[in-house]
Design a protein around this ligand. Sequence first.
Ligand code: AP5
Ligand code: ZN
Length: 217
Amino acid sequence: MRIVLVGPPGAGKGTQAVRLAKELAIPHISTGDLFRANISQQTELGKLAKSYMDAGNLVPDEVTIAMAKDRMEQPDAVNGFLLDGFPRNVQQAEALDELLETEGIRLDAVLDLEVPEGEVVKRIAGRRICRNDSSHVFHVTYSPPKKEGVCDVCGGELYQRDDDSEDTVRTRLEVYHTQTEPIIDYYKAQDLVVTISSLGPVDEITQRALKALQPQT
Ligand code: AP5
Ligand code: ZN
């Protein structure tokens, strides 16, 4: 199965992607996590990406598309994938379509996570992620780790993302509305969009998502 996950910053894409990827036995591909891994390894790509990410802007399409393509071509993604954070504008959606077309495959669904802006701000303000792996995500009140400041999964140190400051979040939300939201219409034209509410307990949302994706599975 090939799924694109879309939703504003803090909607719970990463949180749900980890669970859905496990349930559906497909790899979770997050361009944000790939960029953060490059930043912590201090690669050239990481250095370039950091300046855009810290400002809340999109990393240029050329490098983002090349990185996503490279990841999608890994052996574990041959039979399906869950894309989280890619595509993020219409140009990237068109590039993905071209890539899939050359492979003779297509997307099965675009899962759109809806959540009110006030909730997004609360979720981002309390988010803590793991230094070892930014897909290990916690929240100081909504999903606290067993031991404060320590990742339940791997024991790594938890910290607040550099782009989770109030100012940067405002820019990220604006970028979402102007650049990313248009891809929902782009995919509606292909009859691929499934919208669910991302409010409520995490496990309930996972079940809601699996049910909504059922006609496609
Ligand atoms: P990226 O890492 O993709 O960030 P984002 O889209 O802003 O999304 P977030 O990671 O902030 O939120 P999320 O929806 O995953 O929420 P989460 O599950 O963590 O991108 C970061 C940057 O990288 C971009 O700004 C850009 O610069 C660059 N980038 C990435 N992809 C790119 C691309 N394709 N093109 C160009 N640039 C790109 O949840 C949030 C919090 O809420 C957590 O603390 C969690 O514990 C909590 N939570 C989750 N679910 C619930 C719930 N149901 N109830 C209560 N709390 C919950
Ligand atoms: Zn961890």
